[in-house]
Design a binder for this molecule. Structure first.
Ligand code: PMV
Length: 339
């Protein structure tokens, strides 16, 4: 049997602007992971996928258009395996589903890694990320590529989408036609760099419990940008400046500058139109409880927010921020130590 796993993720800063070619920073969540187990199955049984978390089990031969079946098929093609082997693949995830913590991307990455390793041909993070991008497109429309990248590389990344002139350009009028899983490979390469983190810090992640699909908020931003291109261009430029300040603060260990830039990013996300009353309540509660910075994370409209607490602060502070988030209506709170 072969096992592989992949972490959840958060977008630290730069979401939405990243769709339009601006930089963003994403972090893995090593403590919440998706796991895949692959084991040999009786001859002639083909590939069976078990999803015990949702009580599902199916043969990929009978569900060829399911995105996970497509991902398995594309992984086999990448490995130049023509005849599907006989395997049982079990997928589990401790990452809250549809929460902005990358559960879909992590499941995909764990699946690809375990399958390739089981077949004796482990794939590089870049190849895993490329395959997972295809299934992310199925679920999310026009993802920038940051989610699949951070869960595949499993490290803090600086990400700049290369808009190129391909089907992923955000204003491509044929976008929806280009988004089916069979529409070809992700042929535009993006900038992916490790982020240097001079001082460790804690992130407290608060979940509003409000489900807001990313493709809905991304679509809303697209429409607003078409109506007001000058304003949105200025907003995205300002987000880029905040993201640059975050990177500089992380590299120099100036966590107060990082926190201030995160909160500035939140103000811009409000202007962009992707915040929500629930998110703003949690952000305000975190700041009032002593967080150095706080903002929504991911698609917005609901979903999650994050608050930065420097590790040298009083020992009780992460707990105080977490309690403030719960008191302000968070349905779930997670801690992660970064660096
Ligand atoms: O909702 P999430 O965590 O998958 O993040 C979406 C981030 C966006 O910038 C809004 C979209 C994207 O594809 O980058």
């Amino acid at each position: 049997m072969t096992e592989a796993s992949a972490p959840g993720k958060v977008i630290l800063c730069g979401e939405h602007a990243v769709v339009y070619g601006k930089p963003a920073i994403a972090l893995p969540l090593p403590d919440v992971r998706a796991t895949a187990h692959v084991r040999a199955a009786p001859a002639g049984s083909g590939i069976t996928l078990l999803l015990p978390d949702v009580n599902e089990q199916w043969s990929i031969a009978a569900a060829t258009d399911h995105p996970l079946a497509t991902l398995i098929q594309q992984t086999l093609e990448t490995l130049l395996i023509i005849q599907p082997p006989d395997l049982t693949i079990t997928l589990r995830s401790a990452i809250p589903i549809a929460s902005g913590m990358g559960s879909g991307a992590a499941l995909g990455a764990a699946l690809v890694k375990a399958l390739a390793a089981h077949l004796g041909a482990p794939l590089s993070p870049a190849k895993v990320a490329r395959l997972v991008y295809e299934s992310e497109r199925y679920f999310h429309g026009t993802p920038s590529g940051i989610d699949n990248t951070v869960v595949s590389y499993q490290q803090a990344i600086w990400f700049v989408r290369n808009l190129g002139d391909g089907p992923h350009a955000p204003d491509d009028p044929n976008r929806s036609a280009a988004l089916t899983p069979s529409a070809g490979v992700h042929r535009v390469s993006s900038v992916i760099e490790p982020v240097s983190i001079a001082r460790p810090f804690t992130l407290i992640i608060g979940d509003t419990g409000v489900r807001a699909p990313t493709h809905v908020t991304v679509g809303g931003v697209r429409e607003c940008r078409q109506r007001e291109p000058g304003r949105y261009s200025a907003l995205f430029d300002a987000v880029e400046q905040a993201v640059l300040r975050v990177r500089h603060g992380l590299a120099t260990g100036d966590l107060h500058a990082v926190g201030a830039a995160l909160t500035a990013n939140q103000a811009l996300l409000v202007e962009i139109g992707v915040s929500s009353p629930e998110l703003e309540r949690l952000v305000a509660a975190a700041l009032a409880a002593g967080a150095t910075g706080a903002k929504l994370s991911g698609g917005g409209g609901g979903g999650i927010m994050l608050a930065l607490v420097p590790d040298q602060n009083t020992a009780g502070q992460p707990a105080a921020v977490a309690q403030a988030l719960l008191d302000a209506g968070a349905v779930r709170v997670l801690h992660t130590c970064v660096g």
